[in-house]
Design a protein around this ligand. Sequence first.
Ligand code: ME8
Length: 518
Amino acid sequence: MNKQFYITTAIDYVNGQPHLGHAYEKIVTDVIARSRRSLGQEVFFLTGLDEHGQKVQQAAQAEGKSPQVYCDKLAADWQAFAKKLELTNDDFVRTTEPRHKAIVQASLAKVFQAGQIYKQTYSGFYSTKEETFLTDKDRLPDGTFDPAYGEVIELKEDNYFFKLGAQQQWLIDYLEANPSFVQPDYRRNEVLGFLKNNKLEDLCISRPAARLNWGIPLPFDKDFVTYVWFDALVNYISIPAAHGDPTVLSALPSSLVPRPSSFGLWPADIHVIGKDILKFHAVFWPIMLKAMGLPLPKQILVHGWWQKDGAKISKSTGNIVDPVAVINEWGLDAFRYYVLRELDIGPDGNWTDAGFKSRYNTELANGLGNLVNRSLSMLKRYRNGVVPTKSNELASEVAIIAKATCTFLEQNQLQAALQNIWYLVERGNRYVEQTKPFNLAKDPAQAKRLDEVLYNLAETCRVLAVLLWPFLPGTATKIYAQLGLTGAPDKHEAATWGGLSAGHKIGEPAPLFPRKDT
Ligand code: ME8
């Protein structure tokens, strides 16, 4: 059975608003998924929603709806958002689906049987707003708790705990022996620093059903539901199990899980997540998987957070970027381009409207759009749209760019790949300025030279379409259509020079990124 390249995003809280940060993470993952398919791998891309918890229960109550009806309505909006971004996800998980709940329960049963979960009375401080237990370590220097925690109450209740403490040294050794497990490196060092300087406390994994009923019941005690991470993180294995992944299925009790036959996904190749949930993915998740008897994901790829105009994105202060509004005004590919070109995977980013417009006008309209439009318009005007005899003047430069793009894509260096592709855009535009086809066209003695120039320009546009496909799929498809080519430019191997044959008739040129005066 072939194992596919399996890539996931974080699953978003269903009751949040889809914002720039969510869009960015999903687009980054989509570009990696498309790149790997373009490079010939079979890929499975999973995204979805995190739907349980107290906030959802309370919000549904406030609207007089059942939590499921409330989630169904919001899930439809999130799924429409994924479509708007043209994500090529192969599945969409919702943690309220029976296929997910079954695996959460089977995982808990396995870990419980292995003696890694125990019951204990907790007494201490609790933030109702953040649904979390607090300790003295969470106090500010003046002894109070951060106002972000809202009302903090003293609570005494029974709960179930997952043993983390015993695994601390094992995890440190694993992170040290596997440098690519958490990327970029500085995020790995952050996890190592945390593990080396703190004692891991066992993790509370339940809430009494009397207090929170919008959750998955513990299979070994129906008076409790599981809380957050044993629900949310398990999505990464529940969907493989639902598709029949043999690795996950063989680790879980067969009596609890149906076994369809299908393809292999686990271990995941990449979990793409934001920096705020690093500890859960790089500390809790490996220990949970070890307790379940499952191999660890190959990589956790951690992106930074977006701000707008140097300040936190926040609905309450109105400092937001509405991805849907930007896409409606400027087009999806302009949005995808800006976020991928502006921010490398790792550091934090800052959205400015001025920066967006500047990249749109300079790099998209005057750069790529201008190159494609004038190359094809001249071919149409001077040669009636018929591709001349093959010429190899730019072939070696294009080959270097195509190879470097491939290397960057294999290393998930998306920003570097785009920069590299833009060297070719700039080279193409410089070639027009140097060869001046508009002057050559005036002199019949230069007909052969004009043929050469027009071939090199059209073929450069074709290769650009192939290289751009993972990033700007709509634009790449338009370039192919304007070249009169059928199919999608979705295979990297087509980035080899000479794909256009003499005599081929191109289609109609049209501006890819209309200039805007705003
Ligand atoms: O954390 N910039 O859900 P979520 C970039 N359900 N990324 C951002 C961001 C910003 N300003 N704000 C949020 C959850 N994100 C859990 C995850 S996974 C098993 C469970 C990213 O809706 C954030 O870092 O709060 C995370 O990766 C994703 O959006 C979902 O955040």
